[in-house]
Design a protein around this ligand. Structure first.
Ligand code: FES
Length: 133
């Protein structure tokens, strides 16, 4: 089960409200929903992508926790099934934090992970991106 900690739920609620207001002002249709997906490559094998969207372009599975409805591409459920999403702020700004028990290695900022302890991961995004698995 995906866990959305209270601080993350609060920030996602704020982003959903902002997105809804913008959509209403622009008279665009669709109910905004939070989507979490993985993109291959980047600073490790997989990079988290958290978006608010009205249209979904692939089959998804809905999960809900702490008042947030979240959709995940069904094909990626196995990689995200026990993920914990948190949000915290520091002097550099706020950001979502991802805690995935399947991650064997995590990049320097925590937004990308590798499934194998032998795979290289970057320690900052300015490093050359790694080859995809
Ligand atoms: S995504 Fe580049 S260091 Fe984390």
């Amino acid at each position: 089960m995906v866990e959305i900690r209270p601080a993350a739920a609060q920030e996602l609620t704020r982003l959903l409200h902002r997105h809804s207001t913008q959509a209403a002002n622009q008279a665009t249709g669709g109910t905004p929903i939070v989507q979490l997906a993985l993109e291959p490559g980047g600073c490790a094998d997989w990079t988290y992508r958290l978006t608010v969207a009205a249209d979904l372009d692939q089959p998804t599975t809905a999960v809900a926790h702490n008042g947030i409805d979240l959709v995940i591409p069904t094909a990626q459920l196995d990689l995200l099934k026990d993920l914990v999403i948190d949000y915290s702020e520091d002097l550099m700004g706020g950001g979502f934090r991802f805690i995935n028990p399947l991650a064997q290695r995590t990049c320097g900022c925590g937004n990308a992970f590798a499934l194998s302890a032998d795979r290289p991961v970057a320690q900052d995004c300015t490093a050359a991106h790694l080859p995809t698995p």
